[in-house]
Write a protein that binds this ligand. Structure first.
Ligand SMILES: [Fe+2]
Ligand SMILES: [Fe+2]
Length: 217
């Protein structure tokens, strides 16, 4: 097993212990989470395109893989938007938590600072998370919600499974130093994702108790 795969396995198992503590079966919490998904998924093709602009000519294959991936990810935010509509929630009424913006904005900054390769840490972290923790979550939630409110999860758990393998294959283009950066970004991205879920929980509790926390939002 490669060092990247070890990192993915180790840090996703930590994630797996943590995420279960949140109230996924409450539509108010699930909708708030889905809104965050909508917000970061909306930026994912732009992030891939930004990484592509920084790809050196010697990595032409990697550039082509990014272009192909942009097509595959295009419109995925609509899945989350439809899930929200089917939950009968207007996602414009939901707040984007600070952790969501911090996660995706950091990724643009990292590409600027370190280069195109760094994006693979974020991409692989989220796609591996989907086929492991996302799969467990889908199994839990499909007894609670209709499948038409679970389409984002379902597509990433059941249909886009090959994205992880394709992503791991792409890593052959990178040297040891770049792979270190990618491993570090995997950890950072998974931790950032947990912070999103945790901040959603704080906001969910605040709304539930009708405590309008104007300091945070
Ligand atoms: Fe996607
Ligand atoms: Fe993908």
């Amino acid at each position: 097993m490669s060092k990247i795969e070890e990192t993915l396995k180790l840090h996703t198992s930590y994630f797996s212990q943590k995420y279960k503590a949140y109230p996924w079966t409450d539509p108010n919490f699930y909708a708030l989470y889905l809104h965050q998904v909508y917000e970061y998924a909306k930026l994912s093709t732009k992030l891939l395109a930004y990484a592509a602009t920084r790809t050196p000519e010697k990595r032409r294959n990697f550039f082509d893989e990014i272009m192909h991936h942009i097509k595959e990810e295009s419109g995925h935010e609509i899945l989350a938007q439809n899930d929200l509509m089917n939950l009968k929630v207007d996602h414009k009424s939901l707040k984007t938590v600070h952790a969501t913006k911090s996660m995706y904005e950091a990724q643009f900054g990292k590409i600027l600072l370190y280069g195109d390769h760094i994006m693979m840490g974020y991409q692989i972290a989220l796609e591996y998370l989907a086929i492991t923790v996302g799969s467990e979550l889908y199994d839990l939630l499909h007894n609670v919600y209709d499948d038409n409110s679970l389409s984002f999860l379902k597509v990433h758990v059941k249909e886009d499974v090959d994205h992880v393998e394709k992503g791991l294959e792409s890593l052959k283009a990178f040297n040891d130093e770049e792979l270190e950066d990618i491993a570090d970004n995997i950890k950072q991205s998974l931790y950032a994702y947990l912070l999103i879920i945790d901040e959603c929980h704080q906001l969910y509790l605040a709304n539930k108790e009708e405590v309008k926390n104007t300091l945070l939002y």
